[in-house]
Write a protein that binds this ligand. Sequence first.
Ligand SMILES: C[S@@+](CC[C@H](N)C(=O)[O-])C[C@H]1O[C@@H](n2cnc3c(N)ncnc32)[C@H](O)[C@@H]1O
Length: 324
Amino acid sequence: MVLPRPFLKWAGGKQQLLPALLEAVPAAYGRYLEPFIGGGALFFALAQRPLVHSAVLGDANAELVTTYQVVRGDLGRLVRRLRRLERAYLGNDADGRAAFYYEMRALSPRDPLGIAARFIFLNKTCYNGLYRVNSRGLFNVPHGRYRAPRIVDEEVLGAASRALAPAEIACRDFEATSAEAGAGDFVYFDPPFHPLSVTSSFTQYTSASFGWADQERLRACIDGLTARGVHVLLSDSPHPRIVELYEDGGYELRRVPARRAINSKGGGRGAIDELLVSNAPLLEGRRGISRRASRPRPPRPRLDSGAGAAPATEAPRRPSGPPR
Ligand SMILES: C[S@@+](CC[C@H](N)C(=O)[O-])C[C@H]1O[C@@H](n2cnc3c(N)ncnc32)[C@H](O)[C@@H]1O
């Protein structure tokens, strides 16, 4: 049987970073919460273990969330709909496939099944699996021109559906998902990557971009969770401003190498570090204080491999595929 894994390609997906993330997951926790679910790399990896009893997932992308809900609750009809789309698309020559893609892209289905089928179809056939919308919130990624894209993989969708069965998933801002966490729960945050340079500003998963005020809101939210005894792990850009945001709060900061899966040029997919921030020392400090008043203060934040240094300029992550 296929193990649960992401059923979508997702910009900023954390498949490459999984070993480092899994190492940073607490040994025991109550519920698992992921407020920026995207492709859900860590959620699906954890669903392979008996550790996840129940999960609360969220994302601000309404079509993405509807797609998860349909994969969880209406898989049979979704697979049949995708099979029909796959047959119709692959039965065309190259020009016919492009025309079919742009027709699908122009549709705005209202029913959940139609939204999910279109979303998965576009994800598998668009340029590089990117999700990008214009200022009116309309998906605007060009056609991908793959020779034989796998539009429906029933086994992967089935495994994802089973993994999602005990999960609650809603379209909402990260603060609303985090508000559900209680002492002993574990929240993993993977917000849109704070751009390392002005030319690498791919953060447009929704019509509202994730700006500096949102990064500050996230830090305040993580402080609140820490005060409530919730385990927190954050993966973010190693940009000096992000490092500065967390470095004197007692958090543990670690810089880990990660390969970007989606970039503007295939050849430019190099190593770009990712910053991991954990509140483990602070929770340990809180437990210690309640057990032994004389416990030493939590250690100062540790930042491996010099994250304070200015990072190398990243290549633009916008698609450079065929313009429409
Ligand atoms: C880097 S991606 C997450 C990738 C995911 N960890 C994975 O493995 O595929 C960031 C996600 O945050 C979502 N997002 C952006 N702004 C948000 C907000 N204010 N609240 C919740 N989700 C948001 C985007 O739609 C996107 O799916």
